[in-house]
Design a protein around this ligand. Structure first.
Ligand code: CTP
Length: 409
């Protein structure tokens, strides 16, 4: 048997990037031989094994034939006669279809190295269409390598468009899609992911609620960039520039979905978009079975981001309601993430990227003031049950009134 390093490890070494995961392909071996050498099979139908010591993935060279719709619809054809070239041609991108032996000799039948130099994300062959997840993968790679100048080859974008129109994307499982989406959002230029999906028509299929924001105007006085889609992309970009966690990035992407529902005659105003957007945010969250912390923050940011911007004008009672909605007493981190999302929203406006956001410290101060109310003295006064709850609320309100007064002097 012959063993080659393949995929991302080869690509990233040639790009001079750190290599974390190594994938291997094995040519000229059978399942039985792999098992005899102590490799552990990954799944019943997959000709993929884990190395007994390193735990790295070793896949038998294979050709793939599609037998049905969606990811479950693959049958694998792996036998010792499958050549390295036959294995590589079924991979997604030319830059991912290079192999290297233990002497670092490169096998590059589909000119991945040339495309690396040309900064092109180009599909290897029509077999690209066998896995619709690749539409998301290409968009993710575009986001990751945008800073290096990579773009999607026009013929690949065209193929991605055909796949998006074919209805194949709907067959992807929520788990596979979310894995790509969440990884893409954590790249340095996550907005490129959304742009590429939009350019090939995949955004309209995967997240029509986000797609609908493009072409929707906002008031130029607050939003010099005007377009809601452009604003959303800038907010996402700010979140990446400020190294925000996934929860915040997800909330940034979805915070203005309600603006897509505004009747045209009301443009460029978006009355109650925060509230109207909630059902859309919920739908996207459910579509991709998004983790709970991301779901929750997206809904809270959707509902309250305007409160965040108006923090300094809010009445103490409204401030208190805001803090209660976030359960800031038990979930201080979530409120910090809300503040971060609001700040990214404010910075994601054309020409206002470096503007100060005094609301952030003001909100933090309000949370500290409300949290400083001690429960023990109220217990000692004999309050219990719902009365205790009311008493705590009264004290917190008092603390917020005092806070607002000192903050404004
Ligand atoms: N691959 C593919 N189509 C997919 C998934 C993977 O063709 N849907 C191939 C590509 O050749 C890829 C290799 O399998 O390079 C390994 O896949 P994976 O580990 O998912 O990605 P990497 O390319 O290693 O990229 P990353 O750095 O994002 O892990």
């Amino acid at each position: 048997m012959r063993i080659y390093k393949v995929g991302g490890a080869v690509r990233d070494r040639l790009l001079g990037k750190p290599v974390t995961d190594i994938d291997w392909v094995v040519v000229g071996a059978t399942t039985e031989e792999m098992l005899a050498k102590g490799f552990r099979p990954v799944g019943a139908d997959f000709p993929v094994f884990l190395h007994p010591k390193s735990g790295e993935e070793y896949a038998l060279a294979r050709t793939e034939r599609k037998s049905g719709r969606g990811y479950g619809g693959f049958t694998f054809h792996a036998n010792p006669e499958v050549t390295l070239e036959e294995d590589l041609i079924r991979r997604d991108l030319t830059i991912n279809a290079m192999a290297e032996d233990d002497q670092q000799n490169l096998t590059d039948p589909y000119h991945g190295q040339r495309d690396l130099e040309a900064r092109l994300l180009r599909h290897v062959s029509p077999a690209f269409a066998e896995d619709p997840l690749r539409v998301l993968r290409v968009a993710r790679f575009a986001a990751r390598y945008a800073a290096l100048g990579f773009t999607v080859a026009p013929e690949t974008l065209e193929l991605m468009r055909q796949l998006s129109e074919s209805g194949e994307l709907e067959a992807l499982t929520p788990e596979r899609s979310w894995k790509e989406i969440s990884r893409a959002l954590m790249e340095d230029q996550p907005q490129v992911f959304v742009e590429v999906l939009r350019a090939c028509g995949a955004l309209k299929v995967l997240m029509p609620e986000v797609d609908a924001l493009f072409g929707v105007p906002q008031p130029p006085a607050h939003h010099p960039e005007i377009d809601t889609g452009a604003h959303t992309l800038s907010v996402l970009q700010q979140a990446a520039t400020h190294k925000q966690p996934l929860t915040v990035r997800w909330a940034c992407l979805l915070h203005d979905l309600g603006k897509g529902l505004t009747p045209e005659e009301e443009w460029p105003r978006h009355i109650a978009h925060e509230f109207k957007g909630l059902k859309l945010i919920k739908a996207v969250n459910e579509r991709f079975k998004v983790p709970r912390d991301c779901q929750e923050l997206a809904l809270l940011v959707g509902e309250y981001h305007t409160h965040g911007h108006r923090a300094l004008e809010l009445k103490p009672s409204t401030l208190l309601e805001l803090l209660q909605s976030f359960d800031v007493y038990r979930r201080p981190q979530r409120f910090e993430e809300f503040i971060a999302a609001c700040e990214m929203d404010a910075r994601g406006r054309k020409g206002l990227e470096s503007k100060n956001y005094p609301q952030a410290d003001y909100l933090r101060g309000a949370a500290t003031a409300a949290r400083s109310v001690a429960v023990q003295p109220l217990l000692e006064k004999g309050f219990k049950g719902p009365e205790l709850g009311e008493a705590i609320k009264r004290e917190r309100l008092k603390a917020l009134k005092a806070y607002k007064e000192t903050a404004s002097t």
